[in-house]
Design a protein around this ligand. Structure first.
Ligand SMILES: [Zn+2]
Length: 514
């Protein structure tokens, strides 16, 4: 594939600000960027070679670009193709957004209206919308609205008439969950051309948040779109891809291993689901849900089936990315993965979310060598007193999203958002002001987990994630110091650089010299 067509600044020196390198404790006063890479980092007066331009930070802070180690570009792309229900404050607001949508939808004839991302746990009534309510908003076109976790949705009558009866579909209420919802997602998925079209909007969104690299759980359609954009030299985002479980045989058959690709687009591994979500009461727990005492959630594979999938992926040289939220799941996954980890964990096999971690499992997890990719925004949104996690877990809230306990035990950790919502600064704020005080992490650690450690987790230690010579010049200017707990609460992205090229500025003073 050709190199990016856009020329990075030949030589740019960042000076006159705070530089948080996330690469050890040596402070730096300037950073010199050449041909898309960090050429030198130093103290004292910056070098004055001919031809170098200066970017005056004016006292602001320079950090490595954020790496969001768990995103779904496909979901974000799709969210541009339907009404936004993520800010709805009740079923009426969801219905109003549906009724107001007159744009093309998805599926055959672009007829389906799909709204993503509502969160009923924050609503006064804390209940899902119903089939009847959706019918009241739209009777002719099929409608599906999905909760923020992606594990549960609700459909109206025309939609329910068009889908087969599955074991997770309730025709009375319109509720669709887990595999039935995913089957519907597959049916409504647009082709690669649609995704190619939404890519500029998608990368702009990420750049606005200071994100320069992601680990994506990639659909085949999105992977094709990413390759098209990459081939035109327009990607401007470093994407590591994991494919869904049903692509495991295909990856093995062609012999693709973790790392195949280039600096912009790489295959990394396979994503497995071991359970569901706390929101949907489907994360698999040792003890029943506090607010649903008749259930402990669901394990999506028995131990034998999961063990054999993990063995196959590991033997093929693919990174295993295992969605494991409940403590019963964690216990099972640790058992299944143990045989693969006897000689260490060079592929950085990892667990995603790892939300419920009683102390006995924290030490087992630390002993295993598995990485944990966690979402601090989950704590910020759902671990507030009386919030969803406390409703679901009761006193177990203490061990929920237990970042400090995991770090103290030595579990290798990285941060990602799972797109709920995208926003590393919100993640840093949530991690440092964790609603469960004992699980707070320091601002310096939080920043590292969203940059350097996230890059380590996606096997990119030698490519990006730190401000150090030889690494990509993916950099973010912040208008405040993220290591100051007070400033962190209001800090904003001023500018984002990818491979030394400015791809986003909040205002004119953030623009690099012409
Ligand atoms: Zn996810």
């Amino acid at each position: 594939m050709p190199a990016p067509a856009r020329t990075p600044h030949e030589r740019l020196v960042f000076t006159n600000g705070r530089i948080r390198t996330c690469a050890g404790h040596e402070p730096a006063d300037w950073v010199c960027v050449e041909r898309g890479q960090i050429a030198a980092v130093g103290r004292g007066a910056p070098p004055e070679p001919g031809g170098a331009r200066h970017f005056d930070l004016r006292g602001r802070t320079l950090i490595p670009g954020f790496c969001d180690a768990h995103v779904h570009l496909t979901w974000v792309g799709l969210s541009f193709l339907g009404p936004d229900v993520s800010h709805a404050d009740g079923p009426e607001a969801v219905c109003a957004a549906i009724a107001a949508w007159d744009g093309p939808g998805r599926g055959p004839g672009d007829a389906w209206i799909v709204g993503d991302g509502f969160d009923e746990t924050t609503w006064p009534e804390k209940r899902l919308p119903t089939r009847d309510e959706l019918d009241g908003a739209e009777r002719r076109r099929p409608v599906v609205v999905k909760r923020v976790c992606g594990h549960v949705g609700v459909a109206n009558s025309p939609a329910l008439e068009a889908i087969p009866a599955g074991k997770h579909t309730d025709f009375a209420t319109g509720r669709i969950a887990e595999s039935d919802l995913w089957a519907l997602n597959d049916r409504l998925r647009p082709g690669p051309k649609t995704f190619t079209r939404v890519m500029p909007r998608l990368t702009q969104l990420l750049h606005r948040h200071g994100i320069t690299a992601v680990h994506d759980v990639t659909s085949a359609e999105m992977l094709r779109a990413l390759q098209t954009v990459r081939a035109h030299g327009d990607l401007e985002l470093r994407v590591s891809c994991s494919l869904p479980t049903d692509r495991l045989d295909a990856l093995c058959a062609v012999g693709l291993q973790a790392g195949f690709g280039d600096a912009w687009l790489r295959i990394l591994g396979i994503k497995f689901f071991a359970d569901g979500s706390l929101g949907a009461h489907t994360a698999f727990l040792r003890q029943p849900y506090t607010d649903a005492p008749d259930t402990r959630g669901v394990a999506l594979h028995d131990a034998d089936a999961l063990g054999s999938l993990l063995r196959q992926g590991d033997a093929a040289g693919l990174q295993l990315m295992i969605h494991a939220i409940g403590d019963a799941t964690l216990e099972r996954v640790l058992d299944c993965a143990a045989p693969l980890l006897r000689n260490g964990n060079p592929l950085r096999h990892r667990l995603e979310h790892v939300e419920v971690t009683p102390p006995d499992l924290v030490s087992c997890l630390a002993d295993s060598g598995l990485w944990a990719c966690v979402q601090p925004n989950f704590a910020g949104r759902w671990s507030q007193p009386g919030g969803m996690n406390e409703q679901r877990l009761g006193a177990r809230l203490e061990h929920c999203n237990a970042y400090k306990a995991l770090l103290d035990a030595g579990v290798p950790l990285a941060f990602g958002s799972d797109c709920m919502p995208i926003g590393p600064l919100y993640g840093l704020q949530s991690a440092t002001a964790h609603p469960v005080e004992a699980q707070r992490v320091t601002p310096a650690t939080a920043l590292e987990l969203y940059t350097a450690r996230a890059a380590d987790c996606v096997l990119a230690t030698n490519s990006f994630g730190r401000i150090a010579p030889g690494l990509a010049a993916d950099l973010v200017v912040l208008d405040g110091d993220p290591l100051d707990p007070v400033a962190l609460q209001t800090v904003r992205v001023g500018a984002t650089f990818v491979a030394g090229r400015c791809v986003y500025t909040a205002d004119s003073r953030s623009r690099p010299p012409a």
